[in-house]
Design a protein around this ligand. Structure first.
Ligand SMILES: Nc1ncnc2c1ncn2[C@@H]1O[C@H](COP(=O)(O)OP(=O)(O)OP(=O)(O)O)[C@@H](O)[C@H]1O
Ligand SMILES: [Mg+2]
Length: 255
């Protein structure tokens, strides 16, 4: 259902989708006395790629961590397929097929590609649609050819691919990606973009955190702009691209 223009601002507060896969409402979270998220609402529909963009320190990572239960929210609600997961541990959330690839790409440098992938399995459970590491590997051309290479021998781009592959092994309906292209050379950025597109074509929904607005515009259908713990803008790629004020003021992109 496409909401009419008149109730659009209301829907911005409540999120956007009518039957969301991920529904985050009025999330308040922080670290000790420091409040970082001041009422974040967003949603991801089945089959969507949605971006969360914003400057350094806006609270993007904290939002993802609060969604997966890595940071305990002080208020608000996170629902996945209509089920309240706000107070669940990260493990319990992952079991519901929510895969989180953190900023630091924590792969194990002393383990091989194949071993790193098998570890992804440990996050799975009977309820997760876990996948065979071999099947996942088949989708990653450069990793597939060298399953015995050590994590430490991989390039930044390959490490990112491996981190994503490992998240998929545990089973993913929703993939949360935290700045997957950070620090990568432009041609590697394009490979990560292709990968995300392929995964989305397979039916995996994606919440993409990016500081690289061009990557977000390229990949996502809709965008939420976060500034100092608040969603200050929501729109489609075309709308965001044309909004010089948001691009400049909240994203630091001069147009
Ligand atoms: N573990 C922590 N303890 C205390 N404060 C933290 C912690 N992690 C983040 N913060 C603070 O919370 C705020 C938001 O941080 P967050 O990492 O969510 O931002 P971000 O949008 O992901 O930034 P970046 O683009 O740099 O990754 C920042 O002011 C940061 O200093
Ligand atoms: Mg971050």
């Amino acid at each position: 259902m496409t909401p009419g223009e008149s109730d659009r601002s209301d829907r911005l507060d409540a999120g956007w989708c009518d039957d969301p896969l991920l529904d985050v409402a009025d999330l308040v979270a922080g670290y000790g006395a420091t409040e970082v998220l001041r009422g974040v609402s967003l949603c991801v529909g089945e089959g969507e790629v949605v971006s969360l963009v914003g400057r350094n320190g806006a609270g993007k990572t904290t939002t993802l961590r609060a969604i997966v239960g890595n940071v305990a929210p002080d208020a608000g609600r996170v629902a996945f397929r209509g089920e309240d997961v706000t107070r669940l541990s990260t493990e319990e959330t992952v079991r519901r097929n929510v895969a989180f690839v953190p900023e630091e790409r924590r792969i194990f440098p002393g383990l091989t590609v194949a071993e790193n992938l098998r570890i992804g399995r440990l996050g799975g459970s009977d309820t997760a649609r876990s996948r065979d590491p071999q099947d996942v590997l088949a989708e990653f051309e450069n990793l597939r050819e060298h399953p015995d290479r050590l994590g430490s021998a991989l390039s930044g781009g390959e490490q990112q691919m491996l981190a994503i592959a490992r998240a998929l092994v545990a089973g993913a309906d929703l993939l949360l990606l935290d700045e997957p292209t950070e620090g990568l050379a432009p041609f590697v950025v394009r490979r990560v973009e292709d990968l995300v597109r392929n995964l989305n074509d397979e039916g995996i929904s994606v919440l993409l955190v990016e500081q690289n607005v061009q990557v977000a515009l390229e990949l996502a259908d809709r965008h939420y702009v976060l500034d100092r713990g608040e969603i200050v803008y929501h729109g489609t790629s075309d709308e965001l691209r044309e909004n010089d004020e948001v691009m400049d003021r909240h994203l630091g992109v001069t147009t």
